[in-house]
Ligand binder design. Structure first.
Ligand code: HEM
Length: 458
C-alpha cells in the first residue's frame, strides 16, 4: 500500500502554471503521450488546479459510475454554464436528477425514431444540393456542410420549422456562440467577462438564440396543437415518479442545451467519418457495398438501419479515432482512492477518450481505421470503459440515440450517390476545443458514385 501522500508520476511542466501552457498548445498530444509514458494514473498540475489523468477502465468506472455521487463536473464546465445556464449538461445533484428524469423518456430510441423521417428529409435535401459541386469538381468544405445540416436537423426536430422573426439571424448567432465557447475553454477565465467587442458579440448572439427558443415556446403555449417534435415531447414530459413537469424557463434552458450539445458534436462525428472513409478505400468499398445490397438505390429509412451493421461499425470506429467529445473531467467532493493513490477533495479526474481510444493495451494498431473492431465478437473481448464517445454512468449523453440515428441516416443518404475525396495536399489537423474540430476545415471533392449491382452482393 502506498503512503497516502505519494503522488502518481506525471509530467512536470513549468513553475506556477504547471502543464497549462503545454495543454493549451496540444491537449490531446500531452494527454496521449502522458498515458503512454506514466501509466494508469498520471498526476497533472494545471495552473492552480491539480488532478489525475485516468487510463485504467476500473478507475474510470469508479469515477463515472460506481462512485459518481462523489463527483461534480469540473470547473472547466463553468464556461458552458455561462452560455447555457443551469441545464442538464451543467447542473448537479437533485436539480440535475429531476431534470434528467423528466427529459429522459423523450430521448428513448423509439421516441427518437419518430423523428427519423425529419432527419432523413434534411439529409436528402442537403445531398441534392451537392449535384452542382459533383458536376463541376469544385471542392466543398464538408465540415461547414455537416454543421449546416446538423443545425437544420436539431432545429427542426426540436423546435419545428417556424422561428418567426429569428429565422434569418439564428444561423450566424449560433456560429458566434459556438466559436466563443470553443475558444474560451482552455483560457484561465480572467478576461472572459470583460466587455471586449468579442464578448459583446457573444452576448448579442446568445440573446438571439434565447429569443428564438422563447419565441417558439410561447407560440406553442398560445396554440398548443400537438406536434411530433422534441419540444412537444418535452412540454408534456413528466417525472414518472412524481408527475412533475418543467417550467417554461427550465424548458428554455434545456432546449438551449440540446441545441448546443446536439449540433456540433454530431456534425463532427460525420465530418471525421467522411475523412476516414476517404483515406481508407477498403472499408469504404465494404461500406458502399452494404448500402447497395441492402437499399438497392432507394433512400434509407429508419427501418433499414438494423440491416446495415457495417455502417454502425464505421461510425463507432470513426468516433474511436476522433471522438467529438475528446475529453471531460470531474471534481472530487471528498477524498477518494484510485489505483491505490489518494485523490484529495477538490482535485480533478480527467477522462480523455482521445487518449483512451488509442491505448495499445486495448486496441491493436490503434492508429489504423478498422471498423471490424466493433463486430460483436471483437467488442466482447474489450472492457466496456475503454470506449467512451458518449461518456458513461448517470451523466452519459442523453442524446446518444439521436446522434447515432442521425449520423447513420445521413451517411447512408449521401453515400448512395457520392464518394468524397480529400483535396490533395490539404493538412488535416485535429483541433481540440470543447469538441474536436478539424483546424483547417475539411475541403473535399464530391464525385458521383456508380452503385454495384444488387446481385454482386449475393
Ligand atoms: C456524436 C454526437 C454526440 C457526442 C459525441 C456526445 C457526447 C457527449 C458526452 C461525452 C457527454 C458526457 C459528458 C460528461 O460526462 O462530462 C454528453 C452529455 C450530454 N449530451 Fe451529448 N453527445 C452527442 C450528441 C448529443 C445530442 C444529439 C444531444 C441532444 C439532442 C446531446 C445532449 C447531451 C446532454 C444534454 C448531455 C448532458 C447529460 C447529463 O449530464 O445528464 N448530445 N454528450
Amino acid at each position: 500500500m502506498r503512503s497516502e501522500h505519494t503522488l502518481p508520476p506525471g509530467p512536470r511542466g513549468v513553475p506556477i502554471l504547471g502543464m497549462l501552457p503545454a495543454i493549451r498548445r496540444d491537449p490531446v498530444g500531452v494527454f496521449t503521450k502522458s498515458a503512454a509514458r506514466f501509466g494508469d494514473v498520471v498526476y497533472f498540475k494545471i495552473a492552480s488546479r491539480r488532478g489525475y489523468l485516468l487510463n485504467d477502465p476500473d478507475d474510470i468506472r469508479h469515477v463515472l459510475q460506481d462512485n459518481a455521487r462523489n463527483y461534480h463536473k469540473s470547473p472547466l464546465y463553468d464556461k458552458l454554464r455561462l452560455v447555457l445556464g443551469d441545464g442538464l449538461l451543467t447542473s448537479e445533484d437533485g436539480f440535475w436528477l429531476r431534470q434528467r428524469r423528466i427529459a429522459q423518456p423523450a430521448f428513448h430510441r423509439q421516441r427518437i425514431a419518430a423523428l427519423a423521417g425529419t432527419m432523413a428529409d434534411a439529409a436528402r435535401e442537403a445531398a441534392a444540393r451537392w449535384q452542382a459541386p459533383a458536376s463541376t469538381g469544385q471542392p466543398v468544405d464538408v465540415d461547414e456542410e455537416m454543421m449546416q445540416l446538423t443545425r437544420t436537423v436539431v432545429l427542426r426536430t426540436l423546435l419545428g420549422s417556424d422561428l418567426g422573426p429569428f429565422t434569418s439571424t439564428i444561423d450566424s448567432a449560433w456560429a458566434v456562440v459556438n466559436q466563443y465557447i470553443g475558444e474560451a475553454f482552455w483560457s484561465l477565465g480572467i478576461a472572459d467577462n470583460l466587455p471586449t467587442p468579442k464578448y459583446r458579440r457573444f452576448i448579442a448572439a446568445r440573446a438571439v438564440l434565447r429569443g428564438a427558443v422563447d419565441y417558439v415556446i410561447s407560440e406553442r403555449r398560445r396554440s398548443p396543437a400537438e406536434k411530433a417534435d422534441l419540444l412537444s415531447m418535452l412540454m408534456h414530459a413528466h417525472d414518472e415518479e412524481t408527475g412533475e413537469t418543467m417550467t417554461d424557463q427550465q424548458l428554455s434552458v434545456e432546449v438551449m442545451t440540446f441545441l448546443l450539445a446536439g449540433q456540433e458534436t454530431t456534425s463532427l462525428a460525420l465530418t471525421w467519418t467522411w475523412y476516414l472513409l476517404s483515406q481508407n478505400p477498403a472499408p469504404r468499398a465494404q461500406f458502399e457495398r452494404e448500402l447497395d445490397v441492402v437499399l438497392h438505390g432507394r433512400p434509407p429509412e429508419y427501418s433499414d438501419l438494423a440491416d446495415l451493421p457495417y455502417l454502425r461499425m464505421v461510425v463507432d470506429e470513426a468516433m474511436r479515432l476522433y471522438p467529438p467529445a475528446w475529453g471531460f473531467s470531474r471534481q472530487a467532493l471528498s477524498d477518494d482512492t484510485l489505483s491505490g493513490f489518494r485523490l484529495p477533495r477538490g482535485w480533478l479526474a480527467f477522462v480523455i477518450p482521445y487518449a483512451l481510444h488509442r491505448h495499445p493495451r486495448y486496441w491493436q494498431n490503434p492508429e489504423s481505421f478498422d471498423p471490424d473492431r466493433f463486430s460483436p465478437e471483437r467488442s466482447a473481448e474489450r472492457p466496456k470503459f475503454v470506449y467512451l464517445p458518449f461518456g458513461a454512468g448517470p451523466r452519459r449523453c442523453i442524446g446518444d440515440q439521436f446522434a447515432l440515428i442521425e449520423t447513420h441516416l445521413t451517411l447512408a443518404t449521401f453515400a448512395q450517390s457520392y464518394r468524397l475525396q480529400l483535396v490533395p495536399g490539404h493538412k488535416v489537423d485535429p483541433w481540440p476545443l470543447i469538441t474536436l474540430r478539424p483546424r483547417f476545415g475539411m475541403p473535399m471533392i464530391i464525385e458521383r458514385r456508380q452503385r454495384v449491382s444488387a446481385n454482386a452482393g449475393s
